[in-house]
Design a protein around this ligand. Structure first.
Ligand SMILES: [Fe+2]
Ligand SMILES: [Fe+2]
Length: 492
């Protein structure tokens, strides 16, 4: 099916999945609300079908709006559906928690819980605010409807009597304002998601800010003593997101296989099983991957990409070499097995490390964004050594495609960074005495060659980015390939 306009960016399957998931979560919101309406002795009085229609309109407005928001501004999470599903499930679960906590007290909520979880799961902070806003709005509309319709007569929020029901309605308003406020403060305050102390400080900030806002707003209400007597409940509420997010974030990362800063740091831990295997079975490749990672991380920072993702992707980019480590020069100590086999067999073995890398990443359940780099870091480039050897053996009658990688051209800026850093690291290492001018010439030729072969046609890397990457590598290579002062007697 051909999609039009803004929706061209998605396949019909991606759109259908997003719509179905939204509908299912919307249905969950309706069912949870209806159960809540009839759970207590003073249940809502309008007829069942009236409640149902109200909820359907409400959910259509909020979840429909959310779907439009993600489709128009967050292409990535709709294309990589597991992100949208994780965010949607978080929103729905927080709404249900919020709804049922109010059974205990209307003041017992988890201010900014959606935001606290999503700021750690999403790579765009705006998602945390928007999803939290939707949850707060939806909770408000359901709770206020419940309060208004509990005894059959419609109560007025403004100008109503100062009775218990009116107090409950005002508390719902105050709590919603605190929820929205916390949802906005968290993404701004949460600068470093990998710093656990920072996480606790943000949680405490939300707690204190919620409690203060509650006191200030309660002053506007006539029954101050009653409102202030419940102050401690708001304090407890502030701690809930802090604790709940500690459980929800790692769980979501695992269930939905998401890429987050913490997950990426875990993946670059030398105790990871695949990295341990790489260090033991292909030490040359391991050392090459570490060096590529240092370049890639600096380049990612320089062009505003995710440095954690760049590092993790570099660590695993050649993981496929584990199948045949000694067929790769960095792991050879003297003997080269390619000397004894036909160039076409050699090319096939070399080529296979990309697809084999993807297979291993899938087997070890690595995130797709990391696995993707294994098949994209050589794109469709030729493997010149064996092409030339084959030409030599067959009087030049060789199809270059038989001696090229059958991978995919980089589809992300991270893959493009790894492609450049990978070839640069290998080429600089092969240089006799690298100096600034020669390295610059080399990098220019590597980048120009990739551009001329259309390797960057499928990703959004710009010429300016490529220039920044080149300059970053020039600045960094000296530190990575430095020489040492000779030890006395070392020459002997
Ligand atoms: Fe490679
Ligand atoms: Fe490599």
């Amino acid at each position: 099916m051909e999609l039009k306009g803004k929706f061209k960016k998605f396949t019909a399957k991606q759109l259908a999945r997003a719509v179905v998931e939204t509908l299912i979560c919307g249905a969950l919101v309706i069912v949870a609300s209806l159960i809540k309406f009839y759970l207590t002795g003073d249940s809502v009085k309008p007829a069942f079908w009236f409640n149902l229609i109200y909820l359907i309109i409400l959910v259509s407005a909020f979840y429909g709006g959310l779907l439009m928001y993600v489709m128009l501004t967050r292409t990535f999470i709709v294309q990589n559906n597991r992100y949208y599903l994780a965010f949607l499930v978080t929103l729905t679960a927080v709404f249900i928690i919020h709804l049922y906590l109010s059974l205990i007290s209307p003041l017992l909520i988890a201010p900014g819980l959606t935001s606290m979880i999503l700021v750690q799961l999403s790579r765009k902070k705006q998602d945390a605010f928007v999803f939290n806003l939707i949850e707060a709005g939806l909770s408000f509309c359901v709770l206020i409807y419940e309060a208004i319709t509990t005894d059959g007569s419609v109560y007025m929020l403004v100008g109503g009597e100062a009775d218990a029901l009116n107090l409950q309605m005002w508390l719902t308003v105050i709590i919603t304002v605190i929820n929205i406020g916390a949802g906005a403060v968290i993404p701004v305050a949460f600068k470093d998601k990998t710093n656990r102390l920072h996480y606790v400080l943000v949680g405490l900030l939300v707690t204190v800010a919620s409690a203060l806002s509650y006191v200030l707003m309660s002053l506007a209400y006539s029954d101050i003593t009653l409102a202030l007597g419940l102050f401690w409940l708001v304090l407890i509420s502030g701690i809930i997101p802090l604790i709940a997010a500690q459980f929800a974030v790692p769980l979501s990362e695992k269930i939905f296989n998401l890429v987050t800063d913490n997950r990426l740091i875990e993946l670059t831990d030398a105790r990871q099983p695949l990295l341990r295997r790489l260090a033991a079975e292909a030490p040359g490749t391991y050392s090459h991957s570490m060096a590529v990672a240092n370049f890639a991380e600096m380049c990612a920072v320089a062009i505003g990409e995710d440095p954690y993702l760049a590092r993790a992707a570099a660590y695993y980019h050649d993981i496929g070499k584990l199948s045949n480590p000694f067929y790769f020069s960095e792991n050879q100590a003297g003997y080269n097995p390619h000397d004894d086999i036909l160039p076409e067999v050699s090319a096939e073995i070399i080529r296979k490390h990309t697809t084999e890398g993807m297979r291993l990443c899938m087997e070890y359940k690595l995130p797709y964004e990391v696995a993707q780099v294994t098949v994209e870091h050589h794109g469709t480039l030729p493997i010149f050594v064996f092409y030339e050897r084959a030409k030599h053996l067959t009087d030049g009658e060789v199809d270059i495609r038989d001696y090229s990688y059958h991978g995919v051209n980089p589809t992300s800026r991270i893959s493009a960074i790894i492609m450049i850093c990978d070839s640069s690291e290998a080429a600089i290492r092969a240089m006799d005495r690298p100096d600034g001018e020669r390295v610059d010439r080399l990098l220019r030729s590597i980048i120009a060659d990739r551009i001329s072969k259309g390797q960057f046609d499928n990703c959004s890397i710009s010429l300016k980015d490529l220039d920044i990457i080149r300059k970053t590598i020039i600045n960094a290579y000296g530190g990575l390939f430095h020489t040492r002062v000779k030890y006395p007697g070392g020459e002997k």
